[in-house]
Design a protein around this ligand. Structure first.
Ligand code: ZN
Ligand code: ZN
Length: 262
């Protein structure tokens, strides 16, 4: 007899991207076979075609939902027409959040001031359509929390692919946010990230691939895909001190709760 299969929810996948153009259907089939029945596809990388592709994927598959925004790396390129497309797609019934948006002071691909302006504007859009926000924050946690704490911001959301300190994680929880862990948590050198897992209550924890990037051990170095999120789940369960079955059930419930899915 084999153990009952666990169900997982990849809360952050970039399967709309060109890295999956050659075998997208096979990738989605492998996810289902691995128990990753549902995923949220992040339409926010490069240009507006990412948002359009994510929404198209969500329209044809009842187990896929989309987000729309522009990654902090790319906000410098945004035009008025680009903003208008996001404003048009944001109320779409298959769009469950605005994101990913935020601040990335590690790469600084767009000027910090422009990142802050865009982050505030996406938070206002999330509030206007009453949807949560998916935040990408790297080396910018103080500025990010100051912006998130402003009175007008949405009260629901996710700090995705968490890379801050354990105290940063606790501070986001205090602000009302969920915290999502990627394959980084499986890397030998990432003890601070594992310590951060313990600062997030079990009802605020999410898991994600952020694929095609950041494949978890033992797949590290390969193209990541949703099926691999099971390796991240196993490490998060071990660190959180709960059985994998419980971690799986809780992260599925938390992902549904934060995105407003039943
Ligand atoms: Zn990100
Ligand atoms: Zn991402």
């Amino acid at each position: 007899m084999t153990a009952a299969p666990i169900e997982l929810f990849d809360s952050h996948a970039h399967v709309d991207g060109p890295e999956f153009d050659g075998d997208r259907e096979a990738v989605l089939a492998r996810a289902r076979a691995a128990g990753v029945r549902r995923m949220v596809v992040i339409g926010a990388v490069g240009d507006t075609t990412s948002a359009e592709r994510a929404v198209a994927l969500a329209e044809r598959d009842p187990d896929i939902w989309a987000t729309v925004a522009t990654h902090p790396h790319d906000v410098e390129k945004m035009t008025p027409a680009w903003w208008a497309l996001h404003e048009r797609l944001a109320p779409h019934p298959r769009v469950v959040a605005i994101g990913e948006t935020g601040l990335d002071y590690y790469y600084d691909h767009s000027p910090r001031e422009l990142q802050q302006v865009a982050f505030r504007r996406f938070l206002a859009l999330a509030t206007a359509v009453d949807k949560p926000v998916v935040c990408h924050i790297r080396d910018a946690h103080e500025d990010a929390r100051a912006i998130l704490a402003e009175a007008c911001g949405p009260r629901r959301g996710i700090i995705h692919c968490f890379t801050g300190t354990p105290d940063d994680a606790a501070a986001y929880v205090e602000l009302g946010f969920h915290v999502s862990f990627s394959g980084i948590v499986t890397y030998k050198t990432a003890q601070a990230i594992r310590d951060a897992v313990r600062r997030v209550p079990l009802d605020r924890l999410l898991i994600e691939t952020d694929c095609p990037y950041l494949a978890p051990v033992p797949m590290r170095g390969k193209r990541n895909e949703p099926a691999y999120v099971v390796h991240t789940a196993a490490v998060v369960a071990e660190v959180a001190g709960v059985p994998l079955t419980e971690l799986a059930a809780r992260t599925v419930a938390n992902t549904c709760a934060v995105f407003g899915l039943t």
